[in-house]
Write a protein that binds this ligand. Structure first.
Ligand code: BGP
Length: 471
């Protein structure tokens, strides 16, 4: 491919990074906050509990000042539902409102645009007790939560993300501690996609509400998108890749953008007698919602091959491990790709391919809401973290991002995971992603002091040169 005339990043490109409330804040049951599903789940062995995390709840000022030092134009963070509404509905906790007001105002003080995720894996436990997303009332619960956020923060927050990785909530919910299947459920697939249907309705209503309340503000979904490759040029493998692409990726965006159920997923659900119950008017609600942009998390591509109905397939270990579904597709180790220390494939070119494919399907501006390398970092005696492996990962991805911009893909911004070290979904704080090192461990020992990693200085230069100097 000729890449002679490369375009620059747009002048107002939103360079930043991301966190989520339950992984970074700590103070998980303090200051009036109620428990979420994350606070009551059984912790994966040897991983830190969520009472301290990076202690961002208490140290947000210091942390945002460090982000400003890197030159951030945006900071993507999530609002904990149970900090605003400890029971999920009903009484509002003013301390929670005050806290996020301070976080937002601190960002604005540094000219950092807050990019707020409304829901990042943290369903209120009180609502889980009432049936969680399987209860159709969950749509109203979420809409009420959205209203509380828009009323309190909508005057200053211009960019909103609805639900983080709804596709992962649906496909690997138990792993991230979110999916609740009511006792006695016989068709788990149907139940899962019924919950998914409610989430889609909740998302659609929230998008419409924001546009009514603040016509200038922007909102979009934030799925985890991994373009799926066929393992070979066998036509059967191509069909398998299409199935998994539909189930893993396009289903969520087809609904968010066009308000339609993806036909391949619908057929798959029909085959399993698992289509969700759709009430009259539901599809009008879906159609009425229009995202302004697409946020998406990208860590790697996935590769699959065809699978026979009798196959014993691996259901996949986590968000990034390719899954299998007997009779449809099965995960395949791509021999062309290296893996991280935690077993996730690394595919910067696949990042470009993913952006191209998304843009040709949806034609909306896009922002990368997560991308990054989970690794073990070492704090040296003189307070340094030489994370050249993270720089290498991010550099190769930003190079491809730039090529995608040259391809004509409308990219609004780039927010790698994560701004600061935090607790991983299931592998503790030892799996670090941040530009800022936090001195703590899964045993919760350490000073919690912050240290600038080598990647901190590198990213600062990247932002300063608007992505021109990546060395
Ligand atoms: C995404 C989630 C994040 C984050 C990230 C890294 O799926 O949106 O919350 O944690 O993955 O994953 P992990 O923490 O499992 O390494």
């Amino acid at each position: 491919m000729l890449d002679k005339n490369l375009k620059s990043f747009p002048k107002d490109f939103l360079w930043g990074a991301s966190t989520s409330a339950y992984q970074v804040e700590g103070a998980n049951l303090s200051y009036g906050k109620g428990p979420s599903c994350q606070d009551v789940k059984e912790l994966p062995e040897g991983t830190a509990s969520l009472d301290i995390c990076a202690d961002h709840y208490h140290r947000y000022e210091e942390d945002i000042a460090l982000m400003a030092e890197m030159g951030f134009k945006t900071y993507r963070f999530s609002i904990a539902w149970t900090r605003l509404l400890p029971e999920g509905t009903g009484k509002v906790n003013q301390e929670g409102i005050d806290h996020y007001n301070k976080v937002i105002d601190t960002c604005l003080k540094y000219h950092i645009e807050p990019l707020v995720t409304m829901f990042h894996f943290d369903m209120p436990d009180a609502l889980d007790q009432r049936g969680s997303w399987s209860n159709r009332e969950s749509v109203d619960w979420f809409v009420n939560f959205a209203k509380v956020m828009f009323e309190n923060f909508g005057d200053r927050v211009k960019y909103w993300l609805t639900i983080n990785e709804q596709n992962m909530l649906t496909l690997v919910g138990p792993l991230i501690g979110t999916l609740r299947i009511p006792e006695g459920t016989t068709n788990i697939l149907k139940e899962t996609y019924q919950q998914n249907h409610h989430m889609l309705l909740a998302q659609a209503k929230a998008m419409v509400m924001l546009h009514e309340m603040y016509p200038e503000s922007k909102i979009g979904p934030a799925p985890n998108i991994s373009l799926v490759y066929p393992a070979s040029c066998k036509p059967e493998d191509q069909l398998a890749a299409q199935e998994y692409n539909a189930i893993r990726n396009w289903f969520y965006l087809d609904m968010a953008v066009y308000g339609v159920y993806n036909n391949l997923v619908w057929r798959y659900l029909e085959e399993h007698d698992a289509t969700p119950d759709i009430l009259e008017g539901d599809m009008d609600i879906m159609k009425a919602a229009h995202p302004d942009f697409i946020g998406f998390n990208y860590y790697s591509t996935a590769t699959v091959q065809a699978s026979a109905p009798s196959d014993d397939v691996d259901p996949g270990a986590d968000q990034q491990t390719a899954r299998g579904e007997a009779g449809y597709y099965k995960g395949y180790n791509n021999p062309n790709l290296m893996k991280t220390e935690f077993g996730w494939e690394i595919d910067p070119l696949g990042f470009r391919a993913t952006m191209r494919e998304m843009y040709s399907r949806y034609r909306l501006p896009m922002i990368v809401t997560e991308n990054g390398l989970g690794a073990y970092d070492t704090l040296t005696e003189d307070g340094k973290i030489h994370d050249n492996y993270r720089i290498a990962y991010l550099k190769t991805h930003i190079e491809q991002l730039k090529l995608a911009v040259s391809d004509g893909v409308e990219m609004m911004g780039y927010c790698p995971w994560s701004a600061i070290d935090l607790v991983s979904t299931h592998e503790g704080i030892r799996k670090r992603y941040g530009f800022i090192y936090v001195d703590t461990t899964d045993e919760k020992t350490g000073t919690l002091n912050r240290y600038r990693k080598d990647s901190f200085y590198w990213y600062k230069k990247v932002i300063k040169t608007n992505g021109e100097d990546l060395d």
